[in-house]
Design a protein around this ligand. Structure first.
Ligand SMILES: Cc1cc2nc3c(=O)[nH]c(=O)nc-3n(C[C@H](O)[C@H](O)[C@H](O)COP(=O)(O)OP(=O)(O)OC[C@H]3O[C@@H](n4cnc5c(N)ncnc54)[C@H](O)[C@@H]3O)c2cc1C
Length: 344
């Protein structure tokens, strides 16, 4: 009798344990597979660089996942008129251009998530992208996070930004100010380059700088100060950008004697630098002194980590244009595909 009960107990135990193991296995399996849903390509950023990379990688059947970030569509969504992107003889609204790029990427199978990268793990194994809402694993990553222009934070700046007279890019907007007077704010190489470029169109270019000498390199300083159209306003800061509908002038304050002067002008170009959005990746990717991603020698998009590529303004302090960003987005996509196929 005791032997029979023992046998039954033993069988019940065996069945119970097997059942638990089975359950555990399927539980582990579901966790395991969820954690191991590995993407082929994750693209961080949905500006010109990210969306171009998305078009290329989705056409290569890699089913990319784009993490859109805090500014879906990127910087170009802030401008009404883009006149230098090829293919649009009458120009195109920046928002519309980016919406079209997204549609084109979606058409080929790109998936988008509304999330923001907070941290990454590019150590051994799959690349881990840790976002506000989710964590993603991927074989390759294309970082296209852009560089945010630094702004002055003065009255009128936000109100007239992007099409109403305040600009951060002379190459983009200079041609809109043909024959007019404009002001450039800043004293480094970029400010001098912007001012010199604007002399091609504008009648007068006021160069407003908070110190009494430029920070630019000597040859640049020499060229700038030798140009008769450029009028430096030393020891000066912008107090307010004046409207009402569009920019009609600026009020500058002399930092030494505190006097304020109004200057009539139609455009204000802010050239006090950019902040590349790179800090979340800094543990793994090399950055240069200004925080831009450092690229491997002889490469436009390869980083110090195999399978991680950079594209667009976040790795480019020279050009910072929609078309150059799109160009490096395409390069990063082509190399990501090669990396996956073990061709590099
Ligand atoms: C007002 C204005 C007008 C301009 N006009 C012109 C023009 O006429 N012609 C021209 O060629 N260029 C113009 N530019 C410059 C052009 O917009 C940029 O060169 C171009 O947008 C850069 O593209 P990008 O993809 O590298 O970066 P961005 O467009 O800056 O896009 C960066 C993307 O990264 C995302 N991102 C950032 N951080 C994170 C994160 N932590 N996690 C996830 N995603 C993140 C953002 O959400 C964004 O989608 C203009 C710029 C401005 C601001």
């Amino acid at each position: 009798m005791e032997t029979k009960t023992g046998k039954i107990k033993f069988m019940a135990c065996t069945v119970g344990i097997s059942f638990i193991l089975l359950l555990k296995k399927s539980f582990c399996y579901s966790i395991f597979t969820k954690m191991n849903e590995v993407e082929k390509v994750v693209i961080v950023g949905s500006g010109c660089a990210g969306l171009t990379a998305a078009i290329y990688t989705s056409r290569a059947a890699l089913l990319p996942l784009v993490i859109g970030g805090p500014q879906p569509g990127g910087q170009l969504t802030m401008t009404n008129e883009v006149e230098n992107f090829p293919g649009f003889p009458n120009g195109i609204n920046g928002f519309e251009l980016m919406a079209n790029m997204r549609l084109q990427a979606e058409h080929f199978g790109t998936r988008f998530v509304d999330d923001e990268v907070k941290d990454v793990d590019f150590g051994k194994g799959m690349k881990k992208i840790i976002c506000e809402r989710n964590t993603y694993l991927s074989q390759t990553v294309i970082v296209a996070t852009g560089a945010s222009p630094k702004l002055l934070g003065v009255k009128g700046e936000k109100e007239f930004f992007g099409g109403k007279g305040v600009s951060i890019c002379a190459t983009c907007d200079g041609a809109f100010y043909r024959g007019k007077d404009v002001a450039v704010v800043g004293g480094g190489d970029t400010a001098c380059e912007e001012a010199l470029f604007l002399t091609n169109f504008c009648a007068k270019v006021y160069l407003i700088h908070r110190r009494d000498t430029l920070r630019a390199s000597k040859p640049m300083e020499k060229r700038t100060l030798a140009n008769g159209k450029i009028i430096p306003l030393w020891d000066s800061i912008v107090d307010e950008i004046i409207g009402p509908e569009k920019v009609s002038g600026i009020r500058v304050e002399n930092v030494k004697n505190k006097s304020k002067t109004e200057i009539a002008c139609s455009g204000v170009f802010i050239a006090i630098g950019h902040t590349p959005n790179s800090q979340q990746f800094a543990k793994y990717l090399h950055l240069d002194d200004d925080g831009y991603f450092h690229r491997k020698e002889d490469s436009f998009v390869e980083t110090n980590v195999g399978g991680v590529f950079v594209a667009g303004d976040c790795a480019d302090k020279t050009y910072r244009q929609a078309i150059t960003s799109a160009g490096t987005g395409a390069m990063a996509a082509i190399l990501a595909e090669k990396y996956i196929c073990k061709k590099i």
